[in-house]
Design a protein around this ligand. Structure first.
Ligand code: ZN
Length: 145
């Protein structure tokens, strides 16, 4: 989330309030210290995610969250930043009808790279090996045919 005052991209969430249809977050810019409020729609995104095997599934924010939580465990990347990353992923993909899991992985890797090297490497190693597994599986399937 970019600061509305200085346009730097690091903001800290200092307060979150959920109501029925939206989430209100009070944010503070890490750069200039200004505070502002954002309102986010609660509805989940109606986006299809295309996996590397060609199958599609619904965009699942919880799945992203649990992957991120594993990656940032015992690093200085906190819960707020995990939410921040998820918001950034959502804002990057929200105008698309379909997005590939590779694209989502790429966005997350970039986000983590900026924040913490350990979290980045952990995520990348899990994510990239998944990619490899899926492509390996695909090749095996192709051989069978
Ligand atoms: Zn600022």
């Amino acid at each position: 989330m970019k600061c509305i005052y200085c346009e730097q991209s690091g903001t800290r969430v200092i307060d979150t309030r959920e109501s029925q249809h939206r989430v209100r977050r009070r944010r503070e810019c890490k750069d200039c210290g200004e505070r502002f409020t954002t309102y986010e729609e609660v509805e989940s995104l109606e986006i299809k995610v295309e996996k590397t095997d060609g199958e599609t599934e619904a965009f699942d924010e919880d799945k992203i969250r649990s992957g991120l939580e594993k990656a940032v465990k015992k690093t200085p990347v906190g819960e707020d930043e995990v939410e921040e990353i998820i918001e950034n992923v959502k804002s990057e993909v929200k105008n698309k009808k379909k997005v590939s899991s590779r694209e989502i992985g790429r966005i997350i890797k970039n986000e983590l790279k900026e924040r913490n090297e350990v979290a980045y490497i952990r995520f990348a190693s899990v994510y990239d090996s998944f990619e490899d597994l899926e492509s390996l599986q695909k090749e095996v399937e192709a051989l069978k045919e």
